[in-house]
Design a protein around this ligand. Structure first.
Ligand code: GLN
Length: 307
């Protein structure tokens, strides 16, 4: 029998079962955010994970049929799409590429930076990038990204309209303030359409299987987009978990992106992708259970990119 050199495919189901069970236990210390009413109703105990190795092996555990909104996990894909369609200059004229020590929705950070979003993984950065998407309105812009992504890997991402209604039911003043600051500084033209697009993008939803397939684009998307995938992975590693990113580089050493829904995507160059969904968050807005699981897998299989 040929033994795979793919470290990620050596993970045993029993081991995953033990860690996932412990991750659910640890997630009890986390909080479910209240500012999106429908998200606040999420089941605290729900847990789903999929691990996809580059050699084709797939290991899944938990509520794998459960769909969830990507929220901020959509940000790396907005970035990738725009890098592929508009190129690096257009993207980085609009957003920076430096990490931030401030929270994902910090207006202070944007003010310090004179209205230029510090990086594409922050709300400010994603709102600015939403305004670059092709399409005459928010529906078309989001549809263009959705179609492009689904065509890449045969995933089934869809806009969760009920979630979007819930997002719109409680207008997010903080995101409005970010958009207005960017309009004033000239980094954004139309704040209303940018925010409407951003909110729709955040409500793109799917299962751990959909998200893991998409994560594999970043791992082995092919020569034509390899350079852009490298850029996205580097920004996930430095900025993906917000102010916890540097700490996670030491403890875990894997590019990752979290979302306020409790979704988390991790991509291991040359190895594969790990996707988890577990709603309770820590104070930085990252999934408690997802982080725990990722750390265990990374340590046991020596997956840190710095190993
Ligand atoms: N829609 C969310 C917001 O703007 C997404 C942020 C996140 O997932 N961290 O607050």
């Amino acid at each position: 029998m040929k033994i795979s050199t793919n470290k990620l495919s050596h993970l045993q189901p029993e081991q995953l079962n033990a860690w996932a069970t412990e991750a659910i236990n640890r997630s009890k210390s986390g909080q479910i955010p209240a500012y999106i009413p429908l998200l606040a109703q999420a089941d605290r105990q729900v847990f789903a994970v999929q691990i996809r190795a580059i050699d084709g092996q797939i290991l899944s555990w938990g509520s794998t049929a459960q769909t969830f909104p990507l929220m901020s996990v959509v940000k790396p894909f907005v970035l990738l799409y725009l890098l592929c369609t508009l190129g690096e200059k257009a993207v980085f004229d609009c957003v920076g590429c430096d990490p931030s020590e401030m929270p994902f929705n910090s207006l202070t950070q944007l003010e310090i930076d004179q209205g230029k979003p510090r990086n594409p993984m922050l709300n400010s950065g994603a709102i600015a990038l939403a305004s670059l998407l092709p399409g005459k309105n928010a529906v078309e812009r989001c549809q263009n990204l959705q179609t492009w992504l689904n065509q890449q890997v045969n995933s089934q991402l869809f806009v969760d309209e009920l979630m979007l209604d819930s997002v719109n039911a409680m207008p997010n003043q903080n995101n409005w303030d970010l958009a207005l600051e960017m309009v004033q500084s000239g980094y954004l033209q139309n704040s209303a359409i940018a925010l409407e697009t951003y909110n729709r993008l955040c409500c793109l939803s799917g299962t751990v299987d959909d998200l893991a397939k998409l994560g594999m684009v970043l791992v082995n998307g092919g020569e034509a987009i390899a350079e852009h995938c490298r850029t996205v992975k580097a920004l996930m590693a430095t900025c993906g978990l917000y102010e916890a990113s540097a700490r996670l580089a030491l403890r875990v050493g894997i590019p990752a992106k979290s979302g306020v829904s409790g979704a988390m995507l991790s991509v291991i160059p040359g190895e594969g992708a790990i996707v988890s969904y577990s709603p309770p968050l820590n104070k930085e807005g990252n999934s408690v259970g997802g982080l725990f699981l990722l750390e265990q897998i990374s340590k046991a299989l020596r997956l840190s990119v710095f190993d």
